[in-house]
Design a protein around this ligand. Structure first.
Ligand SMILES: *Cc1c(COP(=O)(O)O)cnc(C)c1O
Length: 388
């Protein structure tokens, strides 16, 4: 294996680079998770998380990856055989639907081309036709990490409301929370699913459910078996600052520091930074003569960009060249996109020169892989960075 000097460029769309401050915060002794110091930490965390989710309601923290919080959202609110509406926006939406099916739900999937987000008109059609209100939940991945497409959650909410349909709205924000504008309460989301290792700049291992009053009411009659994921004991224990299980103490230290950083920069500035880096990335991709996978400019992701390689060029070979020569990891094409796209993560702990270095590595990697990427691509990105 080649020995590389300097810092590895981890430009996959999660796990993302963990800031030094967060790593230092994590490197502290464990404390008694039933003691007063811990209770105070929990209270501070639950307060500091609220504006990130855009909610005044309960937020449940799990020592689990994002997949665990997917399961929690489903098992707390639904009963065996319930009909749920899913959308084939990409790999993660597909996995979530398969999980729902596996849990004994009747998970219906509206097909998609992996280049678009959830179509609000399709939501309106299905729910409008469902006069008997058999659909109990609508599952949406806000930012589809496999495609770099961001669904328009407020428009989906409007479609549900216009159909006057009571289905719950469950939204996966694993790769958008803390990077893209998101408003759990204002957008009428019932359960928001999130994870620690993407926009929140932490290592993997924490995940979250933000819960609306309506979802909380649904949880009282839901009959899927929730057990470890059950919101009720967590919310009850959180009242006094504790958890019914052993919480991931050191990751919570890191979370406090990550939240401090997000609030110091200011969430609107954080969102604007991500949007600007995404714009600069798209400028480079186009000037290289390549295509962004996302086909609708209203749905461009601020946290990652999936790039299509030209026919005959294996995207995984490009990634391998970039890794070997420049010590940078790019995201692979997932599922049916394997070998056809690579993904540039530009989320989390990230600045203009991180992006410039990232795009320089991609440009050289493309050229070394036989793609006639126009070298003005990098300059096109720098123009965006300089002007803003
Ligand atoms: C990463 C990701 C997940 C899965 O989370 P894990 O932490 O890997 O379990 C789910 N949904 C989206 C949108 C993701 O990006």
């Amino acid at each position: 294996m080649t020995i590389h000097s300097g810092r590895h460029f981890l430009q996959i769309p999660g796990p993302t680079n963990v800031p030094e401050q967060v790593l230092r915060a994590i490197a502290a002794p464990a404390i008694d998770h039933r003691g007063p110091e811990f209770a105070a930490l929990t209270r501070r965390l639950l307060e500091a998380l609220k504006p990130v989710f855009g909610t005044g309601g309960p937020i449940v923290i799990y020592p689990a990856s994002g997949t665990g919080a997917w399961e929690a959202a489903l098992v707390n609110t639904l009963s065996p055989g319930d009909r749920v509406l899913c959308f084939e926006t990409g790999h993660f939406a597909t996995l979530w639907r398969e999980m729902a099916q596996g849990l004994g739900l009747d998970a219906e999937c509206l097909p998609g081309d992996w280049r678009h987000g959830v179509d609000p008109a399709a939501v309106a059609d299905v729910l409008g036709a469902d006069r008997a209100h058999t659909v109990k939940a609508v599952c949406v991945v806000h930012n589809e990490t496999s495609t770099g497409v961001t669904s328009r959650v407020p428009d989906i909410r409007r479609a549900i409301d216009e159909a006057a349909h009571p289905a719950l709205l469950l939204v996966d924000t694993v790769s958008s929370l803390g990077s893209l504008d998101y408003r759990h309460d204002e957008w009428g989301v019932d359960v928001t699913v999130a994870g620690s290792q993407k926009g929140l700049m932490l290592p993997p291992g924490l995940s979250f459910n933000a819960v609306s009053d309506k979802a909380l009411r649904a949880s009282r009659t839901a009959r899927l078996s929730a057990s470890y994921w059950d919101w009720a004991p967590v919310i009850a224990a959180n009242e006094s600052g504790f958890f019914p299980h052993t919480p991931a103490t050191n990751l919570l230290y890191g979370l406090e520091e990550a939240l401090r950083m997000l609030h110091a920069e200011g969430l609107p500035a954080v969102f604007a930074r991500h949007a600007r880096h995404a714009r600069a990335t798209r400028a480079a991709v186009r000037a290289w003569g390549l295509e962004v996978l996302c086909a609708d400019e209203r749905e461009y992701s601020g946290s990652l960009t999936a790039v299509r390689t030209p026919p005959g060029v294996d995207a995984d070979a490009v990634r391998q060249t970039v890794l070997e020569r420049f010590d940078m990891s790019l995201g692979a094409g997932l599922g049916r996109l394997a070998g056809r796209v690579f993904r540039i993560g530009h989320l989390g702990h990230f600045n203009d020169l991180t992006l410039a270095g990232t795009l320089a590595g991609v440009q050289m990697g493309l050229q070394l892989s036989g793609v006639a990427a126009d070298p003005r691509g990098l300059n096109a990105a720098l123009d965006v960075l300089r002007s803003a």
